[in-house]
Design a protein around this ligand. Sequence first.
Ligand code: GP9
Ligand code: MN
Length: 430
Amino acid sequence: SSSDMDGVLKFLKNNRSVANPEYFGKAAGKNVFIFHLESFQQFLINYKVNGKEVTPNINKFYADQNTLSFDNFYNQVGQGKTSDAETMLENSLFGLPSGSVMTSYGTSNTFQAMPAILDQRGYSTAAFHGDVGSFWNRDNTYKSWGYNYFFSEDYYKNKTNYSVGYGLKDKIFLKQSIKYIEKLPQPFYAKVITVTNHYPYELDKQNQHIEKTETGDNTVDGYVQTAKYLDESFGQFVDYLKKSGLYDNSMIVVYGDHYGISNNHKKAISQLLNLDTVTSYDLAQFQKVPFMIHLNGLKGGINHTYGGEIDVMPTLLDLLGIENKDTIQLGNDLLSPNRNQTVAFRNGDFVSPGFSKIGSKVYNNKGEDVTEDLTQTQKEEVKKQTERTDEVLSLSDKIVTGDLLRFYTPENFKKVNRADFSYKYRDGMK
Ligand code: GP9
Ligand code: MN
């Protein structure tokens, strides 16, 4: 009911962090690219196979003096995988304990998503993806989120060998996306979702430009090959952005949505990471994904704050200089000086700069199991973190399953009218 919203507002009042004045508004009025690296994990950054970098282009971007890169950024997805990542990134709401927000609630619920907020401030907003529009119910959900345009499979020329797995191969997809990007009125917010680096990591011979790893685990060893292909695709896209001038007047956000190698492949993971044994703590660390923000004139560097996908929207809105004190966001700005650094996983586990809780065990930041060695004060600290994690997850579930945002519209926000949007492809535009 509408009174459930009171609990949410009370939580936000006590948990919202204040924007960092050094960064607030630094990207005001810029175009925004959200570049989605499918199944891309942080360990790939600077990773080598037989002495050869797997992702040289992304590595270069990561280390660029105008890129803010985060090295303690975790994916927080559940069963909804990509769709959970998208939900968190653009709504600062979690996925569900099971299923997917986009599939179950994307059509019916009220949202206050980033595209809608920007649309209402003069931005054009578009999503690009080389799979069918209905996957994860994107074609309906994106209307609720305020996307003006959604360029999905229908908008792209397809021939034999153009596609693999879930859709168009990234290089072909990105190249064909350019003509639509060029027609978008600026400033724009554009989300580009790649897909080739997706399980089972298949790729035609011609595009295999690095050797497979040799763990002997067939579901793992092709991963670096499709990751390399994704890296080359990214490199080509960045070249285009530079040539077109978009590189200089855009904030370019690059992130990995979730793991590519699941925890069922412990042995292969130990070989890839050169570890004798892989603990639950190691597996939690293995959930790190890249999060990078490039902007001309931005002071870059590696930022060590602990955060995750839930924190992206507040971070970006602050960089864009959009006051968002009264919007409903469960994450907090990664650049805020006094932010809470407990990163909630969807199953109630958490990691933080101090302790991490994985299942019933508590680990310190050296990865040692300290469950039985905690002092009374430490126990209380862990308890507080556990409660906060549970609270933030259950508030998110209440918002989503109760469609609570329909009862609350922030100042300076107009409820999205889904009928404003149609994504139907009309012949002759390809
Ligand atoms: C398909 C793609 C894959 O369109 O986004 O989603 P995933 O399987 O990674 O959740
Ligand atoms: Mn995915």
